[in-house]
Design a protein around this ligand. Structure first.
Ligand SMILES: Cc1ncc(COP(=O)(O)O)c(C=O)c1O
Length: 410
């Protein structure tokens, strides 16, 4: 296997040609959970490959044997390697990465670092993630900044032409969710990056559902900040996430919280914030899961990304087709380009009940609450929906099983 730095290239064969299909047998063999459950809740938390779990356990055991600080010192090189691995995954340098506990904290540390003023405009879309929206509304209330919704296009994606029309020097930030959690669309992030770059406006991309699902290269996308989680399509441990902050923006963002890792205390009355992205981290951290996150990034890099992306989308499309054939089942995903997230309802059966029945048959799905998607689901008059999300280790047989076990409409 050959790995190239700075780009998410994935695996090449001996001749250097791209491998275009996913070795599903290998994926399932290396994922113990595939033998115990039909896991279609990958947008919630995917099944980790064995190497991730083994990394976390081995490090935790080491802590118990030699002491927590001593284990961290012993693993210092591996811990640094986590930043390099994440950097390779998204085309960034290690000093542009902060490892934190989840995607929301990553997003918040960047967002609250802007120091918004009355009248500053922040542009976002209807499909923005609920926690981000709550932070946007809080900052608007506190500072007098204005949150403005960019129009959706005919497919429900961000209307890039409308975004371009709205950009001027009163806009301080564009915040976009790449793959929304409550519907199957993929927003055209690179087109957004093109217009924000041209306008010189910072672009914060929530890539929580896209890292591990789509090839991500921050230079190609043109985002300045990117937040992600470990546990979803990247298949890392729970309680992990990371922030990418472009090097020349980092020092213009003052983290809302500081500690002795994020800053130093060189004189009694003065502190200095560190120059790299680790200013967004805290000193105390979970080293075991941090190493597990690095293992997940390394593992992802052993796969051919276009092939993974294609398999996830193909399985999701196949599931939508099967669901549409069932009486009383409605599929709600919009988007010109669709992700591995499939949302649907069954007439007369609550989403929570559908999830419960499927769970009883060993099939994991989740629900998306309309309350958490006021602009996205409620805005379209939709109730809570069932969410089934595919990964490359899923099979067509698992999709058939879901359809067979689905409660019938009432
Ligand atoms: C699009 C999106 N952004 C952000 C988050 C929050 O991620 P975390 O729970 O890691 O903070 C989620 C979680 O579902 C999500 O789907």
């Amino acid at each position: 296997m050959q790995r190239r730095t700075g780009r998410f290239r994935g695996r090449t064969d001996d001749q250097g040609a791209a491998i275009t299909t996913v070795d599903v047998d290998r994926a399932r063999r290396e994922t113990p959970g595939c033998a115990t459950v039909t896991h279609l809740n990958n947008a919630g938390a995917a099944l980790p490959p064995a190497v991730v779990t083994e990394t976390v356990i081995a490090y935790t055991q080491r802590e118990s044997l030699i002491g927590g600080y001593e284990a961290a010192a012993e693993a210092a090189d591996e811990v640094e390697g986590v930043y390099r691995s994440i950097g390779r995954l998204i085309g960034a340098d290690p000093d542009e990465i902060a490892v934190v506990e989840n995607a929301t904290r990553a997003w918040d540390m960047a967002f609250y670092g802007f120091g918004f003023q009355p009248g500053d405009r922040i542009l976002t879309t209807r499909a923005e993630y609920a926690s981000n929206v709550i932070a946007l509304l809080q900052v608007a209330r506190r500072t007098g900044a204005v949150v403005e919704l960019v129009d959706d296009d005919e497919y429900g994606q961000i209307d890039v032409a409308d975004l371009a029309r709205r950009l001027d020097d009163t806009v301080k930030l564009v915040a976009l969710t790449h793959v929304p959690s409550s519907g199957g669309l993929v927003n055209p992030a690179a087109e957004v990056g093109k217009v924000t770059r041209a306008a010189g406006v910072p672009f914060l991309l929530d890539a929580c559902q896209s890292v591990g699902q789509l090839p991500i290269d921050v230079a190609e996308i043109g985002c300045d900040l990117l937040s992600a989680t470990g546990r979803k399509f990247l298949r890392g441990p729970r309680g992990t996430g990371f922030l990418y902050a472009r090097r020349d923006l980092v020092q213009r963002l003052e983290p809302p919280l500081l500690d002795l890792h994020a800053a130093s205390w060189p004189a009694p009355d003065r502190y200095e914030i560190r120059p790299d992205a680790r200013r967004f981290e805290t000193w105390e951290t979970n080293y075991a899961t941090k190493l597990g996150l690095g293992a997940a990034a390394d593992y992802a890099l052993t796969w051919n990304f276009p092939a993974i992306t294609n398999r996830i989308a193909t399985l999701a499309a196949a599931l939508r087709d099967r669901l549409r054939e069932l009486p009383g089942v409605a599929v709600h995903d919009r988007g010109d380009r669709l992700s591995g997230i499939v949302t649907f309802t069954v007439d007369g059966v609550d989403a929570a009940e559908v999830k419960r029945v499927l769970g009883g048959a060993g099939i994991n799905t989740s629900t998306s609450s309309a309350d958490y998607a006021q602009w996205h689901l409620k805005g379209r008059g939709l109730p809570d929906v069932v969410r089934a999300s595919t990964h490359y280790y899923n099979t067509e047989a698992e999709l058939d099983l879901l359809c067979r076990q689905l409660p019938r409409s009432r």
